[in-house]
Write a protein that binds this ligand. Structure first.
Ligand SMILES: [Zn+2]
Length: 281
């Protein structure tokens, strides 16, 4: 019996190992997240050099041993070179990979997350979608695929599908007006929070378009999910929500997210945004 196995997957992380080798964390269609060893991949003439980079998607010909999979050759399907050539996109894509690494398991069926990640990496270079929307869609869909996504089709408490609804992070999604009570109305909510001496990042009165976008993300398969665009206002609603959701439910500190934040701060410091003069363009 041969221990040879061919795995199709995307390199989530590539780390120097030993003198010339690389250790790869690869999200595969067949066996979930696996560790691969690319011996000699850091030598300039190695046939494994090209396939041992982060974001590479391809078919990896491996031998299985106790420590994982030793790569013998690979056929690269996509290098996502437009990402590696752009520092901002590289940071964002690294975060996508780190989130995928965190949310997936070895020897589990993770093919839907692999599809989501692949499509997300395509979407961030697609000008019709853009990196900001791609990130929100990717994050929210990842939570759904991991069983941690918000309930948006009915009230989490009474299961009614009333039109009058509000989003509660803590409750896990949609709450109808009756169940939300005084929290339904932003003004009375604010008064209550002020009286209690706290500012809540729990309740959100989302626009109908934002509700629709969330429903679309929840119900659409990963291969067809990056097919819509939204206005700046809706994007801002979704970004705030995705951020609050991650803080509440994903109990993990992502190094790449820190790097992304530092990069964004640096950019906003170096390149001040033009002042809005309110005049007509
Ligand atoms: Zn209810």
């Amino acid at each position: 019996m041969s221990d040879r196995v061919i795995l199709t997957g995307l390199v989530l992380g590539s780390y120097p190992y030993g003198e010339y080798d690389r250790r790869l964390v690869v999200l595969t269609k067949e066996r979930g997240k696996v560790t691969m060893w690319a011996n000699g991949a850091r030598k300039t003439n190695s046939i494994l050099r090209a396939c041992s980079q982060t974001f590479v998607y391809g078919r990896f010909d491996c031998f299985m041993n106790r420590d994982g999979y030793r790569v013998t050759s690979a056929e690269v399907g996509n290098y996502f070179s437009e990402i590696s050539g752009n520092i901002d996109l590289t940071y964002l894509a690294s975060y996508f990979c780190e989130l995928a690494e965190y949310e997936t398991l070895e020897n589990a069926d993770e093919h839907r997350i692999l599809t989501l990640l692949y499509q997300a990496l395509r979407a961030i270079t697609n000008t019709a979608i853009g990196p900001d929307l791609a990130r929100v869609v990717y994050e929210m869909k990842m939570y759904y695929l991991s069983g941690e996504g918000p309930q948006v089709s009915q009230c989490v408490h009474c299961r009614k599908k009333d039109e009058e609804k509000v989003f509660s992070i803590r409750a896990g999604g949609r709450v109808c007006k009756a169940c939300a009570g005084e929290y339904y109305d932003p003004v009375s909510r604010e008064q209550k929070e002020l009286a209690e001496g706290r500012a809540s990042h729990n309740w959100y009165n989302l626009s109908e378009a934002a509700w629709y976008a969330l429903s679309f993300i929840a119900s659409t398969p990963p291969e067809r999910i990056f097919t819509f665009s939204v206005s700046e206002e809706i994007l801002a609603e979704l970004q705030e929500l995705a951020n609050a959701w991650r803080i509440a439910y994903v109990n993990h500190r992502f190094n790449s997210l820190e790097s992304l934040r530092v990069m964004e701060q640096y950019r906003s410091f170096m390149i001040p945004k033009p002042k809005e003069d309110g005049g007509e363009t």
